[in-house]
Structure formats: C-alpha cells, structure tokens
Design a protein around this ligand. Structure first.
Ligand code: F6R
Length: 365
C-alpha cells in the first residue's frame, strides 16, 4: 500500500521522521543513552572494545563511512570501514579488542554475511549488527544487534533504512565513546540533538516542492557531480548512488578538495554539480572549491544551511536546509538529496521503485 503516494520510494522518504523516532524509542533517557537495549550483556561486551571494523555494502557502506567520522572524531576510538566484497577476500590484521560491526537493511546480503562468518573465525572481541530485519541471518549470528526500526522497505533504492542506520550508529558511537572521549556533558548534548531529530527531519521534507522545481533541469543531463567535505562526503556519495540507481544518470561523488586533482576537467556548462554545504569548519574551504566550479561554467546546486551565507546568482542555485545541530547534519542533508533523485527519476519516467538490473536483497555474490 503506497498510502496515497505515487511511489513507495516517496512514501518511504516521507516516513523518515516517524521511523527515526521509532529507532530512538527505548534507547534514550532524558540525557543519556540506554546501552542495555543493544542486547544481553551489551555493557560487558562494550567494555572490551578498543577499536571498530565496519563492513557493509552499498548504501549501508555509506552509513558506515559516516559512522567512521563519528567513532573516530567524537568517541575517540580507531575505526575502519570496508565494503564486504573486498574485506572478505583480502588478508588483514585484526588488532586486539576490535568489534566487528556489520550494517545491513536486509540482514541477508551474501558478502556481508560471509564477512561476519569469516570474522567469527578470527580474533575479533565481539560482533554487532545494525540491521532492519529481526529474523535475519545477520541478527541471528551476531553477538549484539542494534535494530533499525524502519519497517519494511519496498523501494529498491534504500532511503529510510539509511537514515535509521545513521541514527542507530550515532547511538552506538555514544555507547562506545562514553568509555573514551565522550563525557556526560557531551553525551547529554548528543542525546538532546537526537531527541529533536524527528522534528528536524520533518522540516527538511518541506523542501519537496522547491526540489521538484530544480529536478527538471537534471532530466536531460548525462552526468552529475556530487561534492561534500568531511562527514558530508559520504552523504554526497549516497546522493550520487541514488541518482545513478533510479534515474540512470551517471553521477560521481568526490570530496571537494579532490576536484583540482582531476575531476575539474569534466566540468562544463552541461554538468550539474551538487554540493552539500553544512555550516561547519570546512565551509570556507568548500566555498573556494565551488568557486573553481563556477569559474568553469558548471551549474551549481548547493544544499546549504541558511546561516552559511550562500546567495542565488547566475550558475548557482541555493537550496536552504533548516539549521540543525552539527552532529545530526549528515542525517538531515540526506533527505533533500533523496528528494532530488526521486524527482529527477519521475521527470525521466524511469521505474522508480524497481530500477532496471537491481534486486532488493543481494543474496548471491
Ligand atoms: C542502494 C541499495 C543497496 C543496498 C546494498 C546492501 O539503494 O539499496 O546498495 O544498500 O545492496 O543491502 P543491505 O543493506 O540489505 O545489506
């Protein structure tokens, strides 16, 4: 049932405030997180963790990339991330006290499951899955499970699974980090940002009409570039993946500082360039990267905090994103990028919910 929406994907995009709220349910106190909710013996297991190895595929891998910025940058714990299909086939070194974290909507992705089974033969201190399906193999076979409460995701292109994964991973960051770099004051600040997250996401969805208005200009393009910096780089990667999957437009993402090391050669007036520009310490750096794009005639679409000081001008369209706490910005900025790819696909007339060549659950290698 599409609940009155034209596609499951749009319905699932609009469900995000509610399902993020469900994912927070039972995991937050007023000013602290409730780590017992991760499963039996969670505290004893978390006590042993000295580093984290994340393994996942596709959109779930992008969630892992965001988590790396949180786990290293906020919790103060070493964290590595790798796509499952690479991880399982290479030799690697396991340092003592490493927690193996898998991330998966379905809990059945063949490569991710194989990576978990491989890890259980090795010296990881424990395994934890961030997963959306309670009866899945990943949940059954992991020591701890942090369930995302996205509900069934029907659209092949993952939307609400991703934002609930990010929500769960931020909770995990706090659980790990309270043993390291996160003190009570910092924990309370993150918990407060999480409490207001569903409301913040709802305000981002109000951009729908505005985004629909710019999507038409993408429909006849063959390529697009997505730029971000820092923790927004994986969000740009996810934005590019969504556009590729459902509109079949070739899209690439780069950390904006890499532009002049190659991709700038691609930029001309037929190349839309989408940038995710939150109001953080990298904003000024990003601005100078974007000026390089403008100077080459590239058409810029900047998703920016109202306070970031971008103004519409020739070649530059600003989509103002509501202000949020910096820590939840990656979750917030995901929504307008999902809406952009959705509306571009609708203009192109592709099969939004069932893109060609793709399956919802990849249970074969
Ligand atoms: C993209 C998408 C895929 C999945 C990937 C992993 O929209 O849906 O990239 O994210 O196949 O699937 P799960 O999360 O079920 O392991």
């Amino acid at each position: 049932d599409k609940g009155g929406y034209r596609h499951f994907m749009l319905k699932e995009i609009f469900e995000q405030p509610a399902v993020v709220k469900n994912t927070l349910q039972g995991r937050l106190g007023s000013d602290h997180i409730l780590e017992q909710s991760f499963g039996n013996g969670a505290s004893d297991i978390l006590d042993k963790v000295q580093s984290v190895q994340i393994v996942a595929c596709g959109t779930s891998y992008h969630a892992g990339m965001v988590a790396k910025y949180w786990i290293e940058g906020i919790a103060g714990i070493p964290c590595r991330v790798e796509v499952a299909s690479e991880f399982r086939y290479r030799k690697f070194v396991v340092s003592p006290g490493t927690l193996l974290v898998t991330i998966s909507q379905s809990g059945e992705t063949a490569d991710t499951l194989a990576a978990l089974r491989l890890a259980k033969e090795l010296d990881y201190c424990a395994t934890l899955t961030v997963c959306n399906v309670a009866q899945s193999s990943l949940v059954r076979e992991s020591d701890l499970a942090l369930m995302t409460e996205a509900g069934p995701e029907i659209g092949v292109a993952s939307t609400k699974a991703f934002t609930t994964q990010l929500t769960a991973l931020l909770i995990l960051t706090v659980a790990l980090g309270r043993r390291y770099a996160i003190d009570k004051v910092k924990e309370a600040a993150i918990v407060s940002a999480l409490h207001s997250l569903p409301g913040t996401l709802a305000t981002a969805l109000e951009l729908d009409d505005e985004i629909c208005g710019i999507a038409e200009t993408f429909a006849d393009k063959h390529h697009a570039l997505f730029l971000g910096r820092g923790i927004q780089w994986p969000i740009a990667m996810e934005g590019a993946l969504k556009l590729k999957e459902i509109s079949y437009i070739h899209a690439e993402s780069y950390p904006a500082g890499e532009l002049k090391h190659g991709p700038l050669a691609l930029v001309d007036d037929d190349m839309p360039v989408v940038a995710v520009a939150p109001n953080d310490e990298l904003l000024e750096k990003l601005k100078s990267n974007l000026e390089e794009v403008q100077a080459r005639g590239g058409q810029l679409y900047v998703f920016a905090d109202k306070q970031a000081g971008f103004k519409n001008e020739s070649g530059l369209t600003v989509i103002p994103v509501p202000h949020s706490e910096e820590i939840v910005a990656p979750i917030l900025y995901t929504l307008p990028l999902q809406l952009l790819s959705y509306h571009v696909a609708v203009f192109k007339g592709t099969d939004v919910d069932q893109p060609r060549n793709l399956a919802k659950s990849v249970t074969v290698e």
